[in-house]
Design a protein. Structure first.
Ligand code: CUA
Length: 339
C-alpha cells in the first residue's frame, strides 16, 4: 500500500491535520489510475484539444479583424465595402461545425456506452454502497461483510482486469460517490439503484468524497478506497468475515455498550447488537478513520467521539450519550478490542 503521508503523522495532531492539514495528491482528476477514470480523461482531453483549436482560430481571427480593420483618422466619410452573401463561405461555416459536433458526439457516446455496458465477469467483486447523512455504508452481500467509509477492492493487472461493481443506494437524501482517480461521479438517489464500476491496477489508498450537497456535514462525508494486491485482499476478506472478537479485558466496556442504546443503532456481528442506523462496528479498529474521515481512528479521537460526537462532527446523528469519564474509557477499551 502506498502510504499517504498525512495519514501516518503522529496521532496527537491528527485531528487538526485532518481538518486543515496539507494533503498531498488529493483527488487529482489529471492522474487517473483506474478504468473508467482513464477513459474519461482521454475523452475530455480530446474535447479540450478540439475546443482549444476552435478557440484559437476564432480568437485569432477576431484579434486580426480588430487590429487590421480598426478605425483610422480620415475613415469617417467612407463606408467599408459591403459583402452580401457567399455560398462557399456560408457552406464552410455550416458544414465544418456540424462535422466537429458529430465527431464529439460519437467519441463521447462511445465512452459513455463503454462505461455503462460493462458487465460483471468471473472474478469481479460486487459491493453495495449506501449513502447516509453523513457516512458510507459498504456491504459485500456475497462475502458476508459489512463495513463503513472504506471500500476495499483488489487490484487487477494488464492481463486480468479485476473490476469491482458497485450498487449505489441512499438511505436518506441524494449523495454522490466520487473518487476522482478511479472513476467519474455517480449519484446515490433514494428509492433508486445506480450502478458503477472501477478497475484499479495500482495498490494504494485513494481519497474521495461525497459530491452532492447533502446537509450540514456534507464536507465531512469522506471516502477512501483501499486497493489491495490480490493476496492482501484475500487476507482482508478473511479478517472481515470473522465475527467480533470477545476480549476478556474489555468486559466492563462491553457491558456498558450493551446496557445503553448503542445497540439500537450499531451492529456487531456475533453479538446481539443489530442496529442499522449507524456504522457496523464488528471490525471498527481495522478502519483508518472515524466519522467518515472526520478524524483519524486513534484512542484519543475515539474517546472524544464517545464523550461528545457533536463536538467532533456537529449535526451528526449520534447523540451525546452523557457518559462519565470512566464509562467513556471503558467503552473505548471495548471498541478498541474490535479488531
Ligand atoms: Cu453526502 Cu454530500
Amino acid at each position: 500500500m502506498r502510504p499517504r503521508s498525512y495519514l501516518y503523522h503522529s496521532t496527537g495532531r491528527a485531528l487538526s491535520l485532518f481538518a486543515f492539514g496539507k494533503i498531498d495528491s488529493v483527488t487529482n482528476i489529471f492522474r487517473p489510475l483506474s478504468q473508467p477514470a482513464q477513459e474519461i480523461k482521454e475523452t475530455s482531453f480530446l474535447v479540450l484539444v478540439i475546443c482549444t483549436v476552435i478557440f484559437l482560430v476564432v480568437g485569432g481571427l477576431l484579434v486580426y479583424a480588430i487590429v487590421r480593420f480598426r478605425h483610422r483618422p480620415g475613415d469617417e466619410a467612407t463606408e467599408p465595402p459591403q459583402v452580401y452573401g457567399s455560398n462557399q463561405i456560408e457552406t464552410a461555416w455550416t458544414v465544418l461545425p456540424v462535422l466537429i459536433v458529430f465527431v464529439l458526439i460519437l467519441v463521447t457516446s462511445r465512452t459513455i456506452a463503454d462505461i455503462q455496458n460493462r458487465k460483471p465477469a468471473a472474478g469481479s467483486v460486487n459491493a453495495t454502497v449506501v449513502g447516509h447523512q453523513w457516512w458510507w455504508e459498504i456491504r459485500y452481500p456475497e462475502l458476508g461483510i459489512v463495513t463503513a467509509n472504506e471500500l476495499h477492492v483488489p487490484a487487477g493487472n494488464e492481463g486480468n482486469h479485476r473490476p469491482t461493481f458497485l450498487k449505489l443506494q441512499s438511505a436518506d437524501v441524494a449523495h454522490s460517490f466520487w473518487v476522482p482517480q478511479l472513476a467519474g461521479k455517480t449519484d446515490l438517489i433514494p428509492n433508486r439503484e445506480n450502478l458503477m464500476w472501477i478497475a484499479p491496477t495500482e495498490p494504494g489508498t485513494y481519497l474521495g468524497n461525497c459530491a452532492e450537497y447533502c446537509g450540514m456535514q456534507h464536507a465531512r462525508m469522506l471516502l477512501r478506497v483501499v486497493v489491495h494486491t490480490p493476496q492482501d485482499f484475500e487476507r482482508w476478506l478473511k479478517e472481515q468475515q470473522q465475527p467480533a472478537i470477545e476480549d476478556a479485558n474489555a468486559a466492563e466496556g462491553r457491558k456498558i455498550f450493551f446496557a445503553n442504546s448503542c445497540v439500537s443503532c450499531h451492529a456487531i456481528r456475533g453479538t446481539s447488537a443489530k442496529g442499522v442506523f449507524g456504522p457496523d462496528l464488528t471490525h471498527l479498529m481495522s478502519r483508518q478513520t472515524l466519522a467518515s474521515g472526520a478524524a483519524l481512528n486513534s484512542h484519543d479521537s475515539l474517546r472524544a467521539w464517545i464523550r461528545d460526537p457533536q463536538q467532533l462532527k456537529v449535526g451528526c446523528l449520534m447523540p451525546n450519550m452523557q457518559m462519565s469519564d470512566k464509562e467513556a474509557d471503558q467503552i473505548v477499551a471495548y471498541l478498541q478490542s474490535l479488531r
